[in-house]
Write a protein that binds this ligand. Sequence first.
Ligand code: SF4
Ligand code: SF4
Length: 133
Amino acid sequence: MELFLHANLSNIYPNSAMAIIITDECINCGACEPECPNTAIYEGADDWRYKDGTSLQGDLVLINGKKIDANEAQKPISDELYYIVPDKCTECVGFHEEPQCAAVCPVDCCVPDSDQVETKDALLAKQRFMHPE
Ligand code: SF4
Ligand code: SF4
């Protein structure tokens, strides 16, 4: 199903990809969290930070123009289910050939987020911004 969705959206948005979103079918197994190379996945109700698992520190302007404090704790996106931070998700571009969360999820609830369309070049730039070394 996810591959079908990817193929369709790739036709609509050439050279584009999307951040991944976790749907409400998540069973909170936790299998995806350690697989994310950007530390973009958090347990429900946990705070998140831009600096977690990245080289980001202190006050910064992201590639998308957003001003952030990488060290500041951010409110959870979900209080009940594991969630993905769109600003940190690169669909694994720069690390792997396919989204690692989707690859390990036992209920296939890690799917492309059509509200977060970015070109693959933009995803790679985002990855390099977070991991310049
Ligand atoms: S697609 Fe990759 S970068 Fe995005 S949340 Fe899943 S494992 Fe992390
Ligand atoms: S692997 Fe799937 S079911 Fe398990 S926590 Fe992650 S998104 Fe939820």
